[in-house]
Design a protein around this ligand. Structure first.
Ligand code: 5GP
Ligand code: ZN
Length: 115
């Protein structure tokens, strides 16, 4: 049997998670190992492994993930100072949890990407 997905378990409450937002389709919780003063993961409630698993049927869901990320950035006071949304996909990106997630990072000045 496949190992349980930690993000599915946080979404369903089987594992503790610092959830900051949840509705019928999307959950957002604080990253356990934050890389910025604000580091939140925004995830679909249904298990999708990565962007590679997304289909046209998920268009609305993908839009919701972005809108919720923006709402959280606003609520947490970083919409004007700025923030970064990151979606790692596959081995070369370093994706370590195989449940699609958007990182919302902010609260300090970040190095330029690729710099
Ligand atoms: P990835 O490297 O796949 O893009 O991001 C996975 C993220 O999940 C990492 O930033 C890591 O710190 C976070 N993470 C791993 N395990 C847990 C966990 O059990 N709980 C929470 N809240 N975050 C986790
Ligand atoms: Zn999952």
């Amino acid at each position: 049997m496949a190992a349980p997905c930690i993000f599915c378990e946080i979404i369903t409450g089987k594992l503790p998670g610092d959830i900051v937002f949840q509705n019928e389709t999307v959950t957002a919780f604080r990253d356990r190992y934050p890389r910025a003063p604000i580091h939140i993961l925004i995830v679909p409630n249904k298990h999708l492994e990565s962007i590679n698993s997304v289909t046209a049927a998920d268009k609305e869901l993908m839009g919701d993930l972005i809108l919720i990320a923006r709402k959280l950035a606003t609520d947490l006071g970083i919409s004007e100072t700025g923030y970064r949304l990151v979606v790692n996909t596959g081995p070369d990106s370093g994706q370590s949890v195989q449940h699609l997630h958007i990182h919302l990072l902010g609260g300090n000045k970040m190095p330029l990407m690729g710099g």
